[in-house]
Design a protein around this ligand. Sequence first.
Ligand code: NCD
Length: 310
Amino acid sequence: MNHVLAASQFDTNGLAILFAEADKMQAAAATPTGSRLLTGKHQGHVMATLFYEPSTRTRLSFESAAQRLGLGLISTENAREFSSAAKGETLEDSIRVIDGYADVIVLRHHETGAASRAAAVSRVPIINAGDGKGEHPTQALLDVYTVLKELSRLDNLTIVAGGDLAHGRTVRSFVQLMSLYAGNKFCFVSTPELKIGDDIKSFLKQKRIEFRETDNLLDGCQEADVIYWTRLQKERLENKTLASNFVIDKAVMKTLPKRAIIMHPLPRVGEIAAAVDRDPRAAYFRQAENGLYMRMVLIDQILSNKSLTR
Ligand code: NCD
């Protein structure tokens, strides 16, 4: 079945198709005739969004994408409190029921591995919209798509990822996808407590991909083509006194390469100053919009039974 569970399921051929389709979706959605045609595409199908953790962009862009393709929607945005999980129902049982109501299920859950557990029992495709500290593969798809749109290439890039790399899931998926392209190298900027997981470092070592770690923002970002910034994942911290300490403000922007793009999965909570928004290198709001087109493509491909992955 066409589940979307992890970045590792994608290859560059599959990605190239998704990116080309996303361009077409955006073009079609921009015209009244095109968008009317799109709403006829999957009428009669229903998508369920099942979110056990807060979300703005992921849930709303999936729901907007579904509606633009003519799907009906059922949704529980606070499943931890308002679904039967609050009564003690297991995720597996909830999925076994919801898969009778929907043709595709978008799941966000606080436990790593939850999407795979759901996929193991589901009769319909599961899309992982974030599982704990695990992965966020659809975010990575829109992130890589954003790099392509902004820089017109995906190879031979220096990618700097910073912030809370220990508890965030977006960088973990993004790094895996960007590693598929030749000549990319990585620099991870974080405090020692918030370093990227050893599993990601072993993955890079095994693939002989160059990377380094630093706790100095200015040193880390000097050669960057892509700067991917993240917030402190407060809700996942055992030690609540930790801080991620790296703020990109106008002064930092002055020192960054002229053509580097600044990305962020959002929400930001102070690690990129609002004054940076006016800088043409600030790509994060364009990045968020790209999520709509990428998610339209995913829903369309899944419901058309086209293979997304290897
Ligand atoms: C991210 C997430 O949920 O992992 N948000 C998103 O989907 N854009 C990043 C975050 O919450 O920090």
